[in-house]
Design a binder for this molecule. Structure first.
Ligand SMILES: [Zn+2]
Length: 148
């Protein structure tokens, strides 16, 4: 069974309240607890096979140790079979001078149209939960897997 998280959750990183001790272990824990909260009642945490997150290109370094830590703590979090799938999303910017929106290949934050350095990052930062997959046995005691 494929069950997909539909809600748009706030990103795990960077922290909204700007906490300085935010690190990869906390992000991994946040993802796992968010998955737990997101699961329907008839899906056990042990059944989760895949967890998908989006990681902004600017946080690609974070995602490496995140993978390692996720695998290190997934069993104690009740999800030994869960595989973390990280999708890197490109950096999108908007120029504050002319309003042009563009995707960055290199960390040079200049608008390609007018050359202004007054750019706002629209996308490409943060880690976001985008999907969860789980194996659901149709004949479990909890039973009612009437997904359509
Ligand atoms: Zn511009």
């Amino acid at each position: 069974m494929e069950w997909r998280e539909k809600r748009k959750e706030p990103p795990f990183y960077p922290p909204v309240n700007g906490g300085r001790d935010m690190h990869e272990l906390y992000i991994a824990q946040s993802i796992l607890s968010s998955v737990k909260k997101s699961l329907p009642e008839n899906v056990a945490t042990e059944a989760v096979t895949q967890v998908r997150v989006e990681v902004g290109q600017l946080d690609a370094v974070v995602s490496e140790s995140l993978l390692f830590l996720f695998n290190a703590i997934k069993s104690e979090s009740g999800m030994p079979a869960a595989e973390l799938l990280v999708e890197t999303i490109p950096v999108r910017c908007r120029c504050g001078a002319c309003g042009h929106e563009f995707t960055l290949d290199l960390p040079v934050f200049l608008c390609p149209v007018c050359g202004s350095g007054d750019t706002v990052i629209l996308q490409g930062r943060g880690i976001r939960l985008t999907g969860i997959s789980a194996n659901v046995d149709e004949d479990t005691e909890h039973g009612h897997t009437d997904h359509s």
